[in-house]
Design a protein around this ligand. Structure first.
Ligand SMILES: Nc1ncnc2c1ncn2[C@@H]1O[C@H](COP(=O)(O)OP(=O)(O)OP(=O)(O)O)[C@@H](O)[C@H]1O
Length: 821
């Protein structure tokens, strides 16, 4: 039952061209019968049907469909009510062109939740048979004539056995023969259902309708039960009733039997030739047209008089609604699941015409661009520690031109520090390449930040083991990486980080050490026993001192000592086993020195010599004897330390808590530098300015790609608005329409964009292996995933944008837009 209470609707409200298209209409329609809405063109019949059918909204009033209020509900609910209750027959059919006749009808069943294939087949075949379209069930809709399309439209409207069928000028585009057939079907539907029919053909309404409502300018002007006309004077143009033609001549002989019917009264002048089974006809009167009438032609000869259509004739086409009754509760249903969504998407793309397929190249190109840009952006933004880190990340550097020993000792005693060391912690060790003959005399130089191996734990090691004594060290892979990058290292057989395990390393004057472990902590560290630090710094050439000749005695601030001829100062403990005391004693006290006995004439025991450490002259306490003729100044470890302190600018401290130490030192106004943090900042700043232009370019390419995607999808969608309108009009859920397009976009992206992405990723992968490009492009899982997400994401967003904009409108609004096309 349909009920309208004081329904009003306007178009162009409060504008100059306002139309009060439904004017305070109150109506009630019962469960059966054929209600015809009659009225002049533009009086609002279609709009009234649309609001009853839920395709359009009203301004005020109420509409009830089978007791359920239709107005004021959200779009999804309206869709539900109309799907479960109303079957809509459109004047322009609204079939989905790229679906078969069968599928066009079956979709209505799927929308009300019928899933059983057999049931769908039975019902669809039944209605197709009833409308005379069974034999065309596998044809695509766009291959049908107007009459055939309308029959499919009727089949689709009735297959779900709706309580109400709405038919908007269903015969408006049909010839008279089809009109009668379609009307007969509609009439038989109205025996069981409520059919609301809009027509402008009075005599059709008179003959078929049980009630006639006349409308003018949006208002109901009459509403009457129709006393049926018993017969319908509806002449069918394509039937020629021979007995109605008076001028009839017959030529009859043994061999000829020719009938002439002349309705227009003109002359007839024909030559007919029969030859080889063919009949050739020539008209000798200019302007006469000859048309052959056979089973295929639309014209039909009826050997009878014309007679009006009687009630019995119209009842020929009855149908049984019981055959369509569905067991159980019907539910407004989605017609697509994820699998069918994808499958449909691929099918649609496969069926694209050649022009659209060429457009797909645009997606390929934009995917190439997107991948390129992302890899480029990440490449230049990807600043790795090895590009700038020079020290153990946990260190702080106290800056000073010259550090005095007392200050150093004060920091050394501070409990906030694990340990401290003079200088920047950088040392250089030597690793002889002993493996191959060609490289036997060469050696690798390992430069790293000196660090205590006690800071390490087993889990920090990538290879090897923890050191067990002072002769064993751990080296970080970062140190080794820079050695490997040297071709010589590869020639010598050291191509991998692991190959450095168990290799011997040397520092002048120090006992040999062995690499027993390799860490991977992102700091370029050489981990040794802390007790060796001072001697290592003193004897190892640090990265900064490569140019210098070595650690010599001296205190340059005081203008003495350091000269090319000065002797190397050395911890006597390092030589205790290789030299022997010739006279005097070991230099156990601070500032004491033991020299080679060959110097005894210049350096007398008990006397000071010119060389100073920390501003103090050294006092000779003994002579040593050495088989290898070495000429060191042997001193105790403190003296070595003082010497190194005075030599170096800066102190490197290893704080227990870096942030706290930094704060405290800053509070004390001490010039302290978080080397890691600061060099990262400086490096990034420097790098940013150089990559800015690259980023802009990549950004522009990215933007062009997105615009390209948008334009392609928009162009493709414009041709699809009608399709969306049709789907919405027949009640397909908004979500399903999104899904259809999502499926299609996913298919496009997979078929066109994915190969572009894969191609570019491969090219970039190869290119980034070349060191020149390695900092320009990055190909890693993040870049790949992000590129894919962007490609799929943007295709989806831009692709769905026009769908979203269209789908927001009411079905009637979408259709009115597409009707224009
Ligand atoms: N979306 C719309 N926006 C503005 N005006 C509209 C819209 N749809 C219809 N109209 C106008 O509203 C009036 C009623 O249109 P409607 O289609 O309901 O009339 P109708 O009686 O069905 O006409 P016809 O018999 O010619 O189909 C017409 O003047 C039409 O131009």
């Amino acid at each position: 039952m349909v009920r309208l209470e004081h329904v009003n609707k306007y178009f162009n409200r409060r504008k100059k061209n306002e139309i009060h298209v439904i004017n305070d209409t109150t109506l009630q329609m019962e469960n059966k019968g054929l209600v015809a809405l009659l009225g002049p063109s533009g009086c609002g019949k279609t709009t009234l049907l649309n609001v009853i059918g839920g395709l359009d909204k009203i301004g005020s009033g109420n509409i009830y469909i089978n007791g359920e209020k239709l107005n004021g509900r959200r779009a999804g609910k309206i869709d539900q009510i109309r799907n479960l209750n109303v079957g809509y027959i459109f004047q322009n059919y609204n079939l989905v062109d790229n679906m078969t006749v069968f599928d066009n009808v079956a979709i209505a069943l799927k929308m009300v939740g019928v899933k059983d294939k057999k049931e769908i087949e039975e019902k669809v075949n039944y209605v197709l048979d009833k409308v005379g379209m069974y034999r065309y069930r596998n044809r695509y809709a766009d291959m049908l004539s107007g009459g055939e399309r309308q029959r499919v439209g009727i089949a689709r409207a009735i297959v779900k056995n709706p309580a109400i069928v709405i038919a908007d000028e269903p015969t408006g585009n049909l010839d008279s023969k089809n009109t009668l057939e379609v009307m007969n079907i509609i009439k038989s539907i109205s025996e069981e259902k409520l059919v609301i029919l809009v027509t402008h053909e009075e005599q059709l309404a008179d003959f078929y309708a049980s009630r006639i409502i006349r409308i003018r300018d949006g208002k109901v002007i009459s509403d009457e039960i129709n006393e049926h006309a018993d017969n319908l004077d509806y002449r069918i143009e394509n039937k020629i009733y021979l007995k109605d033609i008076r001028d009839h001549k017959r030529l009859k002989t043994d061999h000829y039997n020719v009938d002439f019917y002349n309705e227009s009264g003109g002359d007839l002048d024909l030559d007919i030739v029969i030859r080889n089974g063919n009949i050739y006809i020539r008209t000798n009167k200019p302007g006469d047209r000859i048309e052959i009438v056979n089973e295929d032609s639309s014209i039909e000869f009826v050997d009878d008089h014309y007679r009006k259509l009687s009630r019995e004739d119209s009842a020929e086409n009855s149908f049984d609604p019981q055959k369509l009754a569905t067991l159980g509760v019907r539910k407004y249903h989605s017609i697509l699941n994820p699998w069918t969504t994808i499958k449909r998407g691929f099918k649609t793309v496969f069926n694209y015409n050649i022009l659209k397929k060429i457009l797909l190249l645009g997606f390929l190109i934009s995917a190439i661009f997107i991948t390129y840009s992302i890899s480029n952006i990440f490449g230049v933004l990807n600043i790795t520690d090895d590009e700038f880190v020079q020290q153990d990340k946990s260190y702080l550097t106290i800056i000073g031109k010259k550090i005095d020993v007392d200050t150093y000792l004060k920091y050394e005693a501070d409990e906030n520090y694990e340990y401290i060391m003079p200088g920047d912690s950088s040392i250089r060790m030597s690793m002889p390449y002993g493996g191959y003959l060609q490289t036997s005399s060469a050696s690798a130089s390992l430069t790293g930040s000196l660090s205590d191996y006690k800071k390490l734990s087993v889990s920090d090691l990538e290879y090897g083991r923890m050191p067990e004594n002072a002769g064993e060290i751990v080296v970080d892979r970062m140190v080794l990486k820079s050695v490997i990058s040297d071709q010589e290292s590869k020639t010598a057989g050291f191509g991998t980080v692991e190959s450095f395990l168990d290799q011997k390393v040397t520092v002048p004057q120090m006992p040999e050490m062995k690499i027993v472990g390799i860490s991977n902590l992102g700091s370029p560290c050489i981990y040794t026993d802390q007790s060796l630090f001072i001697n290592l710094i003193s004897n190892a050439q640090s990265a900064d001192d490569i140019q210098d000749s070595g650690m010599a005695i001296g205190d340059s601030s005081e203008g003495s000592g350091e000269s090319s001829g000065s002797r190397t100062i050395l911890d006597y403990n390092l030589k205790a086993s290789s030299v022997s005391v010739a006279k005097g004693s070991w230099p156990t006290g601070d500032y004491e020195v033991m020299v080679n006995e060959k110097n005894k004439d210049d350096m007398a025991i008990g006397k000071t010599i010119d060389q100073k450490v920390n501003g103090k002259k050294l006092k000779v306490v003994g002579y040593y004897k050495d088989a290898s003729e070495s000429d060191f100044m042997l001193v105790n470890s403190n003296t070595v330390k003082y010497n190194v302190i005075r030599e170096k600018a800066n102190i490197t401290v290893c704080p227990k808590d870096k942030e706290a130490a930094l704060q405290q030192l800053n509070a004390e106004k001490i010039n302290v530098k978080d080397t890691y943090g600061q060099s990262e900042k400086e490096y990034k700043k420097e790098k940013w300015s150089s990559i800015f232009s690259t980023l802009i370019l990549a950004g522009v390419i990215l933007a062009i790609s997105f615009i390209e995607i948008f334009l392609i999808i928009r162009a493709s969608f414009l041709s699809r608005v009608k399709e969306v309108g049709v789907y919405r009009a027949i009640g397909v859920k908004k979500n399903d329409i999104y899904k259809m397009f999502i499926g299609e976009i996913l298919a496009i992206t997979t078929m066109a964009s994915l190969p572009g992405f894969a191609l570019m990723a491969y090219i970039l992968h190869r290119i980034s292996a070349i060191s020149y490009f390695s900092k320009m492009f990055l190909i890693n899982p993040t870049v790949l995933v992000l590129s894919l997400v962007l490609i799929y994401g943007f295709n989806l967003v831009f692709g769905l944008l026009p769908v979203f904009r269209t789908i927001r409108k009411t079905p009637a609004a979408i259709l009115s837009r597409t009707d224009v096309n």
